[in-house]
Design a protein around this ligand. Structure first.
Ligand code: PLP
Length: 370
């Protein structure tokens, strides 16, 4: 049989993720596989945790790259923290807020959803009203809503959840490593991310951080965590302490990739990485304007790493995207959910977030939109 891998050409990944991995990450993936309890590998695990603490801006020692993609991290956060009957409020303004709601709703909890129009941000005053009306144990929100390109006010919501004594879950799948994420300052109790966005790794891991308050909630649960694979009481025994206990076989080589990407991010410095994302974004916005394409999100709430644009009327969504892919080897994202067929999503994440990549896309868009 022909090996199909041999004919794969590199695509400039400018969609909502995966982004273009760093070349050093590809190299790291091919490092010889060690056993998951090999002392050398445990040192790598400890370094990953130390570097994730920097990227998440936290002092918490409970940081675990969950074996699975961003949705697995989402499931891990919710399934560990929510017990049957708990009151939960999900703040929703896109597909990933809906997904949080969907997962929470399967846990026999009392789940409310507070929705905001897609393309606009969560409004802290509305959240304050909801928190004053009912006592919620858990409030959950997405920081960077990838389906729309909106940056939600994670710090302001953290102030509110803190003053109302709620446990705060924040999705940082798309934001981590692209814009500041301040776990401790924003009083976040649980946050999960993904490797395939601004960390510029292939998909497969979901870094998860839990505060001491979150761990207290987990330890004092009345009911068993209804998911063995994601039970943090068990997984923390592999990721922490002197005596590491086998739980499941860690995806060793994926963790090498994450290790390498975190080394690159911390060497470049977070400030420089954020600036690279912002510079590429500003350049893209200016160039799109020249092409006559309109941004979906108001400037104040725009994410640098996910740019939603309205598809001009009369333009065929699918044929433009497939021409970009087949003739120019560039992938951009389609609209999701309510935005399907209405918007394109241009990702500037991780190693993709460079002005030269923006220039390539703009030249290609010029051709295909002629
Ligand atoms: N949360 C957000 C904000 C996302 O953008 C995504 C994926 O795009 C997810 C969660 C789910 O992650 P995954 O597709 O890696 O499971």
């Amino acid at each position: 049989m022909n090996n199909k891998l041999h004919s794969i050409k590199e695509i400039l990944l400018m969609g909502p993720g995966p982004s273009l991995p760093y070349p050093e990450v590809y190299d790291a993936l091919g490092t010889p596989t060690l056993g998951h309890l090999d002392p050398k590998f445990i040192e790598i695990m400890d370094d990953i945790k130390a570097m994730l603490k920097v990227v998440f801006n936290t002092e918490s020692d409970v940081i675990i790259p969950v074996s699975g993609t961003g949705s697995c991290g989402m499931e891990a956060a919710l399934v560990n923290l929510i017990e049957p009957g708990d009151s939960v409020l999900v703040l929703e303004n896109g597909v990933f807020g809906q997904r949080q709601y969907e997962i929470a709703s399967r846990l026999h909890a009392d789940v409310d959803i507070l929705s905001f129009p897609w393309g606009t941000a969560v409004v802290p005053d509305e959240v304050e009203k909801a928190l004053s009306k009912k006592k919620y144990k858990i409030v959950s929100m997405v920081h960077a809503e990838t389906s729309t390109g909106v940056c939600n006010p994670a710090g302001a919501i953290g102030e509110l959840t803190h003053s109302h004594g709620c446990c705060y879950i924040l999705d940082t799948v798309t934001s981590l490593g692209g814009i500041p994420v301040e776990i401790d300052k924003w009083h976040v109790d649980a946050s999960y991310s993904g490797t395939q966005k601004c960390l510029a790794c292939p998909p497969g891991l979901s870094p998860l951080v839990l505060s001491s308050k979150a761990m207290e909630i987990i330890r004092s649960r009345k009911t068993k965590i209804p998911n063995w694979y994601l039970d943090m009481n068990l997984i923390t025994q592999y990721w922490g302490g002197k005596q590491r206990a086998y739980h499941h076989t860690a995806p060793i080589n994926m963790l090498y990739g994450l290790y390498q990407s975190l080394l690159l991010v911390t060497e470049e410095t977070l400030a420089a990485v954020y600036k690279r994302h912002l510079d590429a974004h500003k350049f893209l916005v200016d160039e799109l304007k020249e092409l006559g394409l309109d941004m979906v999100v108001e400037e104040a709430y725009r994410l640098p790493m996910l740019n939603s644009i309205w598809i001009p009327s009369g333009v065929d969504d699918k044929s433009i995207r497939s021409r970009l892919l087949n003739e120019f080897f560039i992938e951009i994202g389609a609209g999701l959910g309510k935005f399907s067929g209405k918007v394109w999503r241009i990702g500037l994440m991780g190693n993709t977030a460079r002005k030269e990549n923006v220039s390539k896309l703009i030249r290609a868009l010029h051709e295909v939109l002629k």
